[in-house]
Design a protein around this ligand. Sequence first.
Ligand code: SF4
Length: 391
Amino acid sequence: MYAGQPREAIDAIEFHLASVEQALATQDPAPLGYLPTVAPFLSRALYAAHQRWDTPQLTAFDGMIADESARTQLHQRLFPAGMLFSASTLETYARCPFRYFLSMVLGLTPREEPEWVLTLQPRNRGALLHDILHDFFTQLRQTGRLPLTAQEGTQLTRLLAQVAEEHFQKFARTKATGFPLLWEIEQERMHEHLALLLKRECEAAGDFLPTAFEARFGMDAVDNCAPFFPAGPVPFALDDGQEIRLHGRIDRIDLSPDQQRARILDYKTGKPIRGRFARGTALQLPLYLFAARTLRPDQTWVSAGYAYVDQRSGGGAAVFTADIWPESLAMLRQVVTALVQGICSGCFASTPDSCYPCPFPLICGTQAETRAARKQRDPRLDPLRQVRAIE
Ligand code: SF4
């Protein structure tokens, strides 16, 4: 802070800092008794630093909302119309409660400066690929060209490239693409990955027919003239007797030729997901399957799996199947219960072990890991720890 003695200080700030240094060195806080009156801001900052660094328990300065009235206000802010959750918000909390707090409670979003963007952002890349596949399959369905067949592979690849090109051009008109050469490389790579995905789909089409795309559920009203799911809530009972409601959007639903059996497909970009629940960070498939089974009991829901868009080997294997569903559902309830309880109890501590790609590293600072390590034994983190043990 300031290395000199208080008597050598040339202004008030230097004097306060030197006094703090001296109190730390002598372990005698008495000379700082004047601070709350003379420099209340510094006094509060010192108190916050002490609470963050020198206590073994999580405090309000680590993201714990212990005050009952603050928790009531939090509840009203987060759930003005009942406890409504999407898979991605629960996943965000499982990744890092403090990140959930910054984005969902404070409503912070990263400010994007076009001139700082060097290359395509991962989230934009994912959204682009989703939009392209949505448009492509919608066109195929509308023109009666489903199911996919290997014989039509060349024409389908051409159509997919054309749809992708239209989306790339639209994207470049409205969003930051980064350096032109990197944007060119990105487009080539996406073309290549989409073509590989299509090839895999043609080869493994089987008898299932892609039928519904971006199928929304849990909405009050449907925005589509032929929705796959009826409007209305999707209640989900927690292990502690509470009930939440779910909403979301399923990338793709395939039906068997007799329209009796259905499967869910979720497009994924980025690294393959390890494990069924991936420490609470992969809840889309099981929650989607739960919602689908609730809203469309007329179908036999056989599976839910990922289609990796930008992986050469593609995935595609079912992660959740009907035969393991009872056991999976019990595990899902356990995970969701712990996450919802964590949110409602006001526990928003940071867990800086999976920061990438979090948009808030500047808020947490470089010492987030050291601080978190000091508080890791706080029992209020036990439910989250249990979730993180579930692969
Ligand atoms: S930077 Fe890391 S610790 Fe901070 S909010 Fe993001 S994920 Fe959490």
